[in-house]
Design a binder for this molecule. Structure first.
Ligand code: NAD
Length: 380
């Protein structure tokens, strides 16, 4: 019989993220056997009963609910994991915190800074463990970038640039809103690519390169009206289809960020590059096991970009997986975050990014939108 402590989890939302998180909890005991906690999939919640039941069976949940309030009220749930669209995050997270549950929430924290602040206040008042799923931090190559930057190898940082490019909304006949298309509806999503995609880029940037001081942004909505799936009416599109901003970081470096859903040919091209006086790093989600590194200290005749295949046991998280040289995937970033959350309970330490830390990303997103709307620089 296992001597592990149980963390009884309730997952709310059975979509894309419901699947990545459920998969993550299911992998923990196999690949992180030394953890003191074991995740127990107590209940999952979807509004549609047959969907909730089927999801529970498929992913190994003991039970299901069709109302998140019932899930939160259950005494056999320790942690609530929110995998629903952005407009639900604040209400669910605040209710869960008030019920004394630990809270894990998908990014962005919420639609607006104001909503996000109420979540931080509630979580800190309740004093419960919390984390926000900015999962890209836990891709081993990205974690290795952090390790290299923190070691000082890059020297003074001059530039940070990131892109997150997609092409799935180019068709002007694509409707907005409703199941599967809530990202197109500003009242549900809060914003377009800024909160959805740039939030990831901003979180990684702050983690790697420190706080952002001020921003200047431009946004565009290429398709101005779309049919709303729920009302059946043609309605104004309120989201930003594309956003470009530049910024100053507190460390004096310059940042350049671009995101769009109109870059034909790109599905999810998240890339970043950081340039220091001595060395540079770059990373590409489409080749996520690799980190590229240029070191000016190398001997001249062999100096050049090296491509590090981040699959060795002494590189972040990789001792948990296969043998050196064998890659892992997107889903592993969620497994790593779930494992880090369980470890944080063992250590009594916070699991980054906490709600408080994720609020910083929210501040930047809000400033980016305000800057674009007012055509002015905005201080963070
Ligand atoms: N970390 C990442 O890389 C990443 C990737 C995708 C999405 N996300 C975030 O995850 C969240 C969910 O996105 P998704 O892609 O999984 O969306 P999705 O549309 O695939 O799934 C959302 C699910 O929530 C359900 N839902 C909506 N309201 C509900 C309610 N009141 N009670 C129960 N279920 C409800 C929907 O029916 C749907 O099944 C969003 O906040 C999004 O920004 C993060």
């Amino acid at each position: 019989m296992s001597t592990k402590k149980e963390l009884r989890i309730g997952v709310i939302g059975c979509g894309f993220m419901g699947r990545t998180h459920s998969n993550a909890y299911n992998r923990i005991d196999n690949f992180f056997p030394a953890l003191a906690y074991t995740p127990v999939l107590k209940a999952v919640c979807a509004r549609n009963e047959s969907k909730a039941k089927a999801f529970a069976e498929q992913w190994g949940f003991e039970s299901y609910e069709t109302d998140w309030k019932k899930l939160i009220a259950r005494e056999d749930i320790d942690a609530v994991d929110i995998c629903t669209p952005n407009d639900t995050h604040a209400e669910i997270a605040i209710a869960a915190a008030e019920a004394g549950k630990m809270v894990l929430v998908e990014k962005p924290l919420a639609r607006t800074l104001e909503e996000s602040q109420t979540m931080v206040d509630a979580i800190e008042k309740a004093g419960v463990a919390n984390t926000v799923w900015y999962n890209y931090r836990r891709i081993p190559a990205v974690s290795l970038a952090k390790q290299i930057i923190d070691s000082g190898k890059l020297g003074r940082i001059y530039h940070y640039r990131a892109n997150f490019l997609q092409d799935w909304t180019i068709n002007a006949n694509l409707p907005q809103g409703g199941e599967g298309l809530w990202r197109m509806d500003a009242s549900v999503a809060g914003s377009g690519v800024t909160g959805d995609l740039l939030a990831h880029c901003i979180d990684t940037a702050i983690w790697l390169n420190g706080s952002i001081k001020d921003v200047s942004a431009v946004t565009e909505t290429f398709v101005k009206e779309r049919m709303h799936q729920l009302t059946g009416k043609v309605e104004k599109v309120g989201i930003d289809d594309a956003c470009i901003f530049h910024c100053h970081f507190q460390n004096g470096s310059l940042g350049l960020f671009e995101s769009t859903r109109y870059a034909r040919g790109h599905k999810a091209l998240y890339t970043f590059e950081i340039n220091g006086a001595n060395a540079s790093l770059r990373w590409d989600l489409h080749d996520l096991n690799r980190l590229e590194y240029f070191d000016y200290a190398d001997e001249g005749i062999v100096r050049g970009w090296r491509s590090i295949h981040v699959t060795d046991g002494d590189q972040p998280y990789m001792d948990k997986w296969w043998v050196p040289g064998l890659g892992i995937g997107y889903e592993h970033s969620f497994i790593h975050q779930a494992a880090d959350f369980l470890k944080s309970l063992e250590d009594g330490s916070p699991c980054s990014p906490t709600f408080r830390e994720a609020l910083e990303t929210q501040k930047v997103c809000e400033a980016v939108i305000e800057s674009a709307n007012t055509k002015t620089w905005k201080e963070i």
